[in-house]
Design a protein around this ligand. Structure first.
Ligand code: FAD
Length: 310
């Protein structure tokens, strides 16, 4: 039997998390196949083939995958499911949409947000916004799971896997892709940035959020993040919300600026290697997960810090 990993990409570049998912997939000691769906996506298939530990890339090039919908991708995986004992992907919005459908079609349990693979069917996963880690065992013959990338090392890029083209089933017609809005930025992608600067509701307005945090992020080569309260207040776009219902990040350095540290926020950032918190309230919960804490008014501290950075 073989393990199948679903690869995610943005049409140009395979996502970094795929390398972490491939690493996790090595646990079963079986050949690992990587599934790339796209349109005119030959370069993505080539990038996939270079990931160490992948023995075969299954490449589906079809127009319906120019903007892949979960309905189409799960339909495709359902045609492959019989050949695989384990199907996994990095824990992302995309895979959280696709793999539960695959699990339902295969009539097996969906195991999401796996932090540790203990045996071939026993896992540690996070529940209650990451406040409880639970160990679960699946008795299903087939294991379908998403893994948290930051908990697994990234596979190297010395691979030379074979690429096989496979045919897509007919497109699903009841749902169609209409449009998407992307934020174009020179900054690193939030979910793979080495440094993240996040701001909270205390920034007070979209203008102040940008004026204070952009220069700091610029100097640090960081991605910008935000709390849900800041997003709900319209200070920052939804795409950069960090937390339980947003993006999970695990950078080398995480700046929490005027962030209280609610569990729903820390669920998305507490795997960061070093956390720096700036908050005027010495009792703010963020200081419990911070390595360095500065009790100060952010409107003084952030410009001072930004100016001090060369
Ligand atoms: P606040 O809690 O209002 O905190 C503001 C902080 O700024 C305070 O600690 C204050 O002391 C400090 N401050 C104020 N002024 C200054 C100043 N001048 N200088 C320095 N510090 C200052 N939240 C997320 O972030 N991500 C999620 O994914 C998420 N998902 C959720 C899911 C559910 C189901 C629910 C119920 C909630 C979720 N939340 C999420 C919301 C979460 O519970 C908190 O409400 C939110 O994180 C608080 O954001 P905040 O820290 O910006 O605001």
């Amino acid at each position: 039997m073989t393990t199948l990993v679903l690869a995610e990409h943005n049409g140009q570049q395979i996502h970094n998390e795929v390398r972490h998912a491939v690493s996790a997939a090595q646990h079963w000691g079986q050949p690992v196949h990587l599934l790339v769906v796209g349109y005119q996506s030959e370069q993505i298939a080539n990038q996939a083939a270079a990931i160490d530990g992948v023995s075969l890339v299954l490449h589906t090039d079809a127009q319906q995958f120019a903007h892949p919908l979960a309905e189409d991708v799960s339909k495709l995986i359902d045609t492959l499911v019989a050949d695989y004992q384990v199907i996994l992907a990095a824990h992302s919005s995309f895979s959280r949409n696709v793999l539960p459908r695959v699990a339902a079609l295969a009539d097996v349990a969906m195991i999401s947000d796996v932090l540790e693979i203990q045996t071939d069917n026993r896992y540690v996963r996070a529940i209650y916004a990451g406040n409880v880690h639970t160990t679960i065992q699946s008795r299903d013959a087939k294991q379908i799971l998403t893994v948290r990338g930051s908990k697994f090392s990234a596979a190297d890029l010395n691979g030379q896997a074979e690429i096989t083209d496979i045919t897509a089933p007919e497109a699903f017609t009841k749902t169609r892709w209409l449009s998407e809005s992307r934020i174009e930025t020179d900054r690193p992608a939030l979910n793979s940035a080495k440094v993240v600067v996040s701001g909270g509701r205390s920034l007070g307005s979209a203008e102040k959020f940008d004026a204070l945090l952009n220069p700091l992020a610029e100097k640090l080569g960081a991605a910008l993040g935000a709390t849900r309260a800041a997003v709900d207040a319209g200070y920052a776009p939804n795409e950069i919300q960090v937390g339980q219902t947003g993006v999970t990040v695990a950078p080398e350095l995480y700046f929490a600026v005027g962030v209280s540290g609610a569990v729903q926020h820390t669920a998305g950032m507490k795997d960061s290697r070093i956390v720096v918190a700036i908050n005027q309230d010495p009792d703010a919960p963020i200081f419990q997960v911070a390595d360095y804490g500065l009790v100060a008014d952010l409107f003084d501290a952030v410009p001072t810090l930004t100016n001090a950075l060369s």
